[in-house]
Structure formats: C-alpha cells, structure tokens
Write a protein that binds this ligand. Structure first.
Ligand SMILES: NC(=O)c1ccc[n+]([C@@H]2O[C@H](COP(=O)([O-])OP(=O)(O)OC[C@H]3O[C@@H](n4cnc5c(N)ncnc54)[C@H](OP(=O)(O)O)[C@@H]3O)[C@@H](O)[C@H]2O)c1
Length: 309
C-alpha cells in the first residue's frame, strides 16, 4: 500500500511517499481502509520534535529519539472497516468509522490496523469522509477542556484562538452547552467565528484582549502557552471562574467523547470547518501550511485508492 513515512524528525520534507506492506489485523484489531486524514498541529509538533527541552526525553522514550519508531505519522482517519480480528465484537466489515489514533499514529496511509477498543466510533452519517476527518482532533480536545470548565447555561465563556481546529470546535460546543460565547481571532476570521455561533467576536489585531473589561466564567486559551504568551487569561476570568489553556495537562480523549461528537454532528450542532484539502501525495505542502500556525479549522488529506478497489 502507499503510505507517507517519516524518515527523521525535521522539516516537512522528511515526509516521503513510499510503498509499504499492508498491515493485517490481530485478533483484537480492525483493518481500516482510509479515505481521509488530517494534518494537525500535533502532527507538526511530532514531525519536527518541537517540544520544550523538559519534554524531550519523555517524548523520545515514547516515540523514538532520532526518528519516530512508527514511521507512519498521522492521528486522524475516516474510512471503512475492511475486516475485523476474531475477537472483535464492536465492528464488522463495511462499517464507516472515524478515529483519533493517539499513540499508534499510522493514518497517513491507505490502510491501518487499530485495536477495536481504541478511540474509534461510527462516522457521522451526514458527513463525507473528508468532512468527518475534520471533527475528532479539535472536537475531542475542545470537549475535554470545556468539560473541565463545567459550563452552565447562560454563563459567559471567552475563547482565545477561536478560528483554529480546537477553537472552532470550542465555539460550537460552548454554544451547545448554552454559554454566551465571545471568540477572539484575527481580522480575516471574524466572520467565520461569528458564523459558528459566537455572540461576540473580538479582533486581537485591533483590540488588546488583555484590556477587556468584561469578566468570564470560563476562559479557554485554544492557542496554547507557547504561541499566546502575551494573553493573560486570568485577567478576564471572573472571581469564581476558571481559566485553562489547551496546553494544560494531558487531555482525556476517549470513545465516549467521540461518540458524543458523532451525535452532535448528526443533530446539526457541530459542523466541520475545513480550510484546505490536499491529496496524500501533497503531505509536505500540507505540513508546510499547518506549520505556519494560522489555519482556519482543519487541513484535510484525501486518500485515493488506485491499486485496489
Ligand atoms: N495539551 C495537549 O496535549 C495538546 C494536544 C493537542 C494540541 N495542543 C495544543 O493545541 C494548540 C491548538 O491546536 P489547533 O489545532 O487548534 O491549532 P491551529 O488550528 O493551528 O490554530 C491555531 C490558532 O491560533 C491562532 N494564533 C496563532 N498564533 C497566534 C498568536 N500569536 N496570538 C493569537 N492567536 C494566534 C490562529 O488564529 P489567527 O490565524 O486568527 O491568528 C489559529 O486560530 C496547539 O498549538 C497545541 O499546542 C495541546
């Protein structure tokens, strides 16, 4: 099968299209024919081994020191179950699924195997595979952090970085939870963020977000501490409120969350936001774009199957 392999940590050019053996599922695994993937901010961090020095040893131990132990990167896939190991009860051939393959990676390929008890759920029936690939990453991360905020209906929520993969999901989920949402982004993304349901949008290029007089029950920094060091989230937080950054702690990403997102999408409460689409063959260009850190929502990869039907 065709897959993108990462030969060393480094710039996007370390990714190369290659012919590799097709995997076969173990007893507890499913074999998925992948039709779409996504290039996420996390993919770029892994590819470039771009972590603060304190995390270099744990990350090297987990993923490999000079190059990734699993050379096929990618965490997001939408596709069809081709076959299931004999111990698998949850899925069968023909099921349309999507996944957030957190530790295994392997989604920049035509096929992948995953444990059936991993973060895999039925794909929303009203989305194409490419649209579905725009849901799990931002959706699960935003859901995790918003649940930590314990938002009650009518509360005021501030989302900094409202136009990225995490931010666009956070705006929609906060609205679903009944919050009054203020989204902060740059000029070009104001309309997008408003269209996702934000009650108020703030342009950080024209107004210093640290000088807002309003106080919020929950302030969510969806940009992350490394890039948003100028944003002082605690200043905008109400006395009994909570401020949290997307870089705080290890998010819990599980199948319950993904199934919850499937239901929200099917109910029309959560929509995929796709900035650009690239074929698998242009993964280097896709990584160059995501590396810039200003995508609007998601960058999706389409996987064409030429060799087998
Ligand atoms: N805790 C964890 O384990 C974990 C896991 C995954 C991801 N993350 C973090 O989540 C972050 C967000 O991921 P994502 O996929 O949503 O990223 P993304 O799609 O690349 O979005 C980045 C957003 O940040 C905004 N932005 C970039 N630079 C900015 C700046 N200097 N000031 C203000 N806004 C800025 C961009 O908006 P404009 O274009 O309008 O500036 C864009 O909306 C990642 O950077 C990563 O650090 C954490």
């Amino acid at each position: 099968m065709r897959a993108v392999v990462c030969t060393a940590y480094g710039p996007p050019e370390v990714l190369q299209l290659a012919e590799v053996p097709e995997p076969s599922p173990k007893d507890n695994e499913v074999l998925i024919k992948i039709f779409a993937s996504a290039v996420t901010a996390s993919d770029c961090i892994v590819r470039g081994f771009k972590v603060p020095s304190a995390f270099r040893i744990p990350m090297g131990l987990a993923l490999g020191f000079s190059k990734p132990r699993n050379p096929i990167l990618g965490m997001i896939a939408a596709g069809e179950v081709v076959s299931a190991g004999k111990g698998v009860k949850r899925f069968e051939a023909g099921n349309q699924v999507y996944t957030f393959s957190i530790r295994r990676f392997g989604t920049y390929a035509e096929y992948m195997c995953l444990p059936a008890d991993g973060v895999i759920a039925p794909k929303p029936s009203n989305l194409t595979y490419e649209e579905a690939a725009a849901i799990p990453y931002g959706g699960l991360l935003a859901l995790h952090y918003l649940r930590k905020g314990n938002i009650q209906s009518g509360q005021k929520v501030l989302i900094y970085g409202a136009s990225g993969a995490v931010g666009t999901s956070a705006v929609q989920l906060a609205r679903h939870f009944g919050a009054q949402v203020t989204g902060i982004c740059s000029t070009a993304n104001l309309e997008l963020v408003r269209s996702l349901g934000a009650d108020t949008v703030v342009d950080y290029t024209r107004e210093d977000p640290n000088n807002r007089e309003e106080r919020y029950h929950f302030v969510f920094d969806a940009v992350g501490r490394r890039k948003s060091s100028r944003f002082q989230g605690t200043k905008a937080t109400a006395p009994n409120g909570k401020y949290i950054s997307v870089d705080d702690g290890s998010p819990k990403l599980d199948v319950e969350g993904l199934t919850f997102l499937t239901r929200l999408v099917e109910a029309g409460k959560l929509k995929p936001v796709i900035d650009r689409r690239y074929p698998l063959e242009q993964i280097v260009e896709a990584h160059r774009y995501v590396d810039q850190g200003h995508k609007k929502g998601n960058v999706v990869i389409s996987v064409q199957h030429s060799s087998r039907a």
